[in-house]
Ligand binder design. Structure first.
Ligand code: HEC
Ligand code: HEC
Length: 450
């Protein structure tokens, strides 16, 4: 049956005239991404309006430019699409009895800003998701906490653990189950999201390359809010196929400052010698080897790799998520145990600081010299030109002599990136260590052109 449906689908796709009248899938996907939410709304607009009363510093009155103050406090970004004044990642929604509520969406983690401009698909590297959810829950009169830690350090999330925690509440056919399973939820994954525009080059996705990059259902894992029943997933699968087409249509923003073309040319040659075998080549006839580098060779922090258990993988593969396509031409999109971390394509790299899967290197210069990477640091978590380092390509940081002290609030503590803590190690990837400073400058200049 499935086979025959696939043949039918293939035949239909041979008649472009039959589909051209309809809106292209990528545009439908964009519309869904920018206007809809896929988990039921959780916060009240009053919580948004009043949450400043819970902020560090004990404010006496509501900040004058509240939308901006809210975005800065939690690390969110102004919406470039109509969103009733809310930042990207939140959306007005209608709850029971027509009540206006707020829902969160993919763009909380997958939309950011750079040099004052917002982009969908640029990872949000400023977000303190734990403060955001705990505070809004508190402002709605419930206990001010999240079920487990959502963010250990600002700009990263425990997205992988969220997937584990959510699947623990489901049967393989996605019916809610009780008691919850134990799929070995782990802390400190500290994940920086990949830019969405890279997806089109990838055969496998996620930091470990553990999933097929053409899987639609795996994009639906965040819908596992206990308020969504199994039928919702089946109903929205076609929408997520459109959303995937939208993600595949995205392109990176270009580096907006002058580039020294001669220096970049030298950098391109050095890149070809030392980097291209893993990160590919660029330009019109680009190549991407989709290389997954074993953990002991790459040497970056192993916590994320070990953070998703084999028990989760096996259960996921038995669940609805992995029964995507079977028996006809293509394999099922099962999750796989990969040997390490995937070398990502570097398109639009200039805009996506900090670097590595855990965001432990604030600039490209730090990636290229493992010996000078800052150990404990903070930054403004703003994304304007003043926060950007054009020489090192990434965020300006302030190096600190020591980590957070016990008296700090969680919100203040999470502004300190301490690479001695679990999941936050900044070692490994020593492939730029042999360069002279001049060679490193040349490679950085070349990377600006991608
Ligand atoms: C809480 C933050 C968060 C939310 C919300 C979120 N993501 Fe992600 N997403 C991540 C992180 C972090 C990763 C990297 C995960 C990993 O590799 O372990 C990721 C990975 C991905 C990838 C793979 C990218 C690649 O190149 O490997 C896609 C595609 C994606 N997310 C789509 C979505 C969609 C669609 C939604 C909404 C339905 C969504 N995400 C919601 C944080 C989030
Ligand atoms: C042996 C394969 C390999 C080689 C050679 C290599 N890299 Fe990487 N690179 C990786 C892997 C794997 C990662 C992801 C590591 C992680 O996130 O833990 C990575 C990550 C990066 C990142 C961070 C990307 C991001 O978005 O966070 C940059 C930048 C980078 N490499 C640049 C380079 C440059 C420039 C060279 C040449 C000097 C180079 N790499 C050589 C495998 C390699």
């Amino acid at each position: 049956m499935q086979g025959r449906l696939t043949i039918l689908a293939v035949c239909l796709s041979l008649y472009p005239s039959a589909v051209s009248a309809a809106e292209p899938a990528a545009e439908r996907g964009e519309r869904a991404m920018l206007t809809r939410h896929f988990t039921p709304p959780t916060f009240s607009p009053q919580a948004y309006d009043n949450v400043w009363k819970l902020w560090d510093g004990g404010l006496k009155e509501k900040p004058a430019n509240y939308a901006q103050a809210f975005r800065d406090y939690y690390g969110m970004h102004e919406s470039p699409y109509p969103n009733n004044g809310y930042p990207m990642g939140f959306r007005e929604a209608t709850g029971l009895f027509n009540r206006k509520l707020l829902a969160s969406d993919c763009l909380l983690c997958h939309a950011g800003s750079i040099l004052g401009k917002s982009y969908v698909g640029l990872p949000n590297t400023a977000l303190d998701m734990d403060s955001l959810f705990a505070d809004l829950t508190g402002a709605d009169g419930m206990p001010r906490k999240t079920p487990f830690v959502f963010t250990n350090v600002r700009g990263t999330t425990e997205a992988g653990s969220m997937a584990v925690w959510l699947l623990e509440m489901r049967d393989p056919d996605l019916k809610l189950r009780s008691p919850r399973l134990n799929l070995e939820l782990k802390p400190h994954l500290c994940e920086d999201a990949p830019a969405w525009w890279l997806l089109k080059k990838k055969k496998t996705m996620y930091h470990t390359g553990g999933s097929d990059a053409r899987s639609v259902r795996s994009l639906m894992q965040f819908m596992m809010s206990p308020l969504n029943g199994p039928l919702v997933f089946r109903k929205e699968e076609a929408t997520f196929a459109d959303i995937q087409q939208y993600l595949l249509s995205l392109t990176p923003p270009r580096y907006p400052f002058p580039i020294d073309r001669e220096l970049a040319k030298k950098g391109e040659a050095l890149f070809g010698e030392s980097c291209a075998r893993c990160h590919g080549t660029y330009g019109e006839k680009w190549t991407y080897p989709n290389k997954i580098v074993a953990l002991d060779e790459i040497g970056t922090d192993p916590t994320r790799y070990h953070g998703i258990s084999a028990a989760f993988g096996e259960y996921y593969n038995r669940s609805w998520f992995a029964q995507e396509r079977s028996g006809w031409l293509v394999d099922e999109y099962a999750a796989r145990q990969s040997p390490g971390y995937q070398a990502p394509p570097l398109d639009g790299l200039w805009a996506t600081a900090p670097y590595f899967h855990n965001g432990s290197a604030p600039t490209v210069a730090d990636v290229l010299n493992s010996k000078t990477r800052p150990k404990i640091f903070t930054r403004s978590y703003r994304t304007d030109e003043a926060a950007y380092d054009k020489g090192k390509l990434g965020w300006k940081v302030e190096v600190l002599p020591r980590g957070a002290d016990a008296k700090m609030t969680d919100h203040a503590r999470r502004k300190i990136y301490d690479t001695t803590l679990p999941g936050r190690g900044n070692g490994g990837h020593t492939y730029g260590d042999h360069f002279t400073d001049e060679q490193r400058r040349a490679v950085i200049e070349y990377l600006k052109t991608l």
